[in-house]
Design a protein around this ligand. Sequence first.
Ligand code: HEM
Length: 369
Amino acid sequence: MIAAPLVALALAGIAAGTPAPAVPTQPSATNPQCNFWQGVRDRFINEIFLGVCAQDVHSMVRISFHDAIGFSLHSEKGGGADGSMIKFQDIELKFPANEGVDFIVSFLQPFADDVGISYGDAIMFGTAVGLSLCPGAPRLPAFVGRPDATRAAPDKTVPEPQDDLTTIFARMADAGFSPTELVHLLASHSMASQAGVDPSPDLLGAPFDSTPFDFDSQVFLEVMLRANSFPAGGSGPNIGEDQSPLPGEFRLLSDRLFARDSRTSCAWQENALNQTAMATNFAAAFKKLSLLGQDVTKLTDCSELIGTPPPAKNAQAFFPAGTNHDLIEQACATQLFPTTLSTVAGRATPIPVVQLQDCPTCPTFKRRA
Ligand code: HEM
């Protein structure tokens, strides 16, 4: 059992008085090749994630996508899941779609250097470790041994929320993903917030759903709801932003369109209604993402080191207070949204922003020469 560093919780933006969730018991390595990685895992939990599923896990999941999708089956678009986002940060972090990724890079690079692992492994192994702290998340597979990136990915490999869906689907297909697999990957937006689409100080960390610390179906249900306003304190409408149905909640334009487009609406609704399938499908699509550009036969499978995430707090999505089934904008033509989901009574209350985490141990990390 790993002790969560309580001292760090104040820095983690965890409200004073909130009991720290227990870090799940972590498994031991049986494969000798994974012994080293057991220590890496423990350092990730204690020094980067501070024992909690919070902002740094969210940032890790996002950088995983942005790093790996720099890949093409048909032309030269980078080496995939290779850590080029860190190795060639002078180039890639300047791309508009990577706005905000610099924050986790500033922790992760010195951490990876200190531990002595490649940046590609730091991103993907770290994401698997981080997600294991999140209620409702699947256990992700964890392969290690990615060599250092040899080249930067070019601009425009990462979709943006203002892109039209045909462009987004074409980019994903170029990397080997169908529209349905993209929806499966978008379960990541169940643990997500924004800082760059609307940079207003009040909206730093404005979440995409009402439960941003849980890997659950809420984002899929809530994006299906009729929306009525841009978040208070923001400057909406901004490019790539859509109105949202709940105070404090932030909706990406692309997410609204995925939920209503005939190519993705049924997969979207399926995720809203079936949390178990959502988690399983995410794990399968994420495994594919994590291996883009890599030869799996040259990697070591250390998935045995990844702990079992805590169970989801709610087995099924619900209508948050102030919303109900009448607000569902039905788009899937083959299945009606059921009327059986529960509704929280009362008036809508603003959803708090996700706080940034600090990295108290970062100054002690030694950079590679
Ligand atoms: C293809 C369509 C996608 C678009 C247009 C998109 C766009 C965005 C945008 C604009 C943000 C907010 C960034 C900010 O302002 O700080 C965001 C956050 C996020 N995205 Fe996506 N995304 C997409 C797919 C994905 C995928 C496939 C993943 C992971 C597998 C992912 C993971 C995340 C996470 C975890 C966050 C939250 C980061 C945080 O809270 O720090 N996204 N996304």
